[in-house]
Design a protein around this ligand. Sequence first.
Ligand SMILES: Nc1nc2c(ncn2[C@@H]2O[C@H](COP(=O)(O)OP(=O)(O)O)[C@@H](O)[C@H]2O)c(=O)[nH]1
Ligand SMILES: [Mg+2]
Length: 315
Amino acid sequence: MSLKWSKTLMLNAFSNLPRRSTICARALVVPAKSTKQLSNRQKFNQIQPPPSVFSKLAKLGFGELRRTGRYAAIRKANLSKSNEKNVVEPEYKFPLLAFFAGAKIPSSIPPESISEIAFVGRSNVGKSSLINALAQSSTVRTSDKPGLTQQLNFYSVGRLFNIVDMPGYGFAFVDEEQRRQWRELMETYMQNRSTLKRLYVVIDARHGLKVADKEFLTMLDSSKVSFQLVLTKCDLVILPTLARRYMLMLQDLRQYKRAQKDVFLVSSRNNAGINHLRKDVLRSVGQLRSEQYYEDKTERQREKEQKEKKLMSRK
Ligand SMILES: Nc1nc2c(ncn2[C@@H]2O[C@H](COP(=O)(O)OP(=O)(O)O)[C@@H](O)[C@H]2O)c(=O)[nH]1
Ligand SMILES: [Mg+2]
């Protein structure tokens, strides 16, 4: 591990919880009567996400709380809210994704051209799957084995913008020299790329920020690289845990100056939250059109599919 990264503080996720949070004071305050030492798990379970978080998760497609007495108050609060306004977002779409360059060393990084976004995160966290889900493609190779992406992979999205799939960080099994080379490659790219409009740091929803993530985010902060956190594999955690994880992430990211102030929640498996993230990507690269444009496009697609179905049934 480099000196630069290893000297960063490994902050305990709970050590700096303030008494009051501007995001949601109620949810993160540990009851005053608990003076005894609580384990991290116990502290996590004491987080009480407000109804607004559950309604956000429901809107993104993560489902609703079970109909038990325990969650009755939250369900009631959400119900009265959802009666007030129920805005449905259009389906945002990306043009076709195509691989065009791979860089193993800084000198082979392609020259700057159109706007870019990049995905980075621990190995096997789900970066490549997320890119495929966003682009509704299967172009990017995914794997159960960590360490498959050992270079910066550049994909063109209909020549409107580029997506970069970065190597994973936090390897336990790679030798020091190899790690140094990857780090140099990634840092060179992230710190000097003027066309890089958004860096998405992907985190596993089951674990939240791990030590390797914290070291990486601290490095981004000190290199003045802004980033956006994305929690993925959200389908693998139950709803109350996901809501707590989200609250804790909001709290954690307050220690990083360069972090965007919200966290995206997605699942590449069931597509929850993907459309919402797609909108952020399009906005970041200056390609977001009016809602009407996407609604018309979806309508045209539907008509085309219906015509094709009719033709097939005649055959
Ligand atoms: N359940 C679930 N599995 C996922 C999700 N995203 C990725 N995976 C799985 O996690 C593994 C690693 O994914 P991959 O995209 O290759 O990770 P990368 O190394 O970060 O690019 C693969 O087996 C994927 O099928 C997700 O949102 N939900
Ligand atoms: Mg990958």
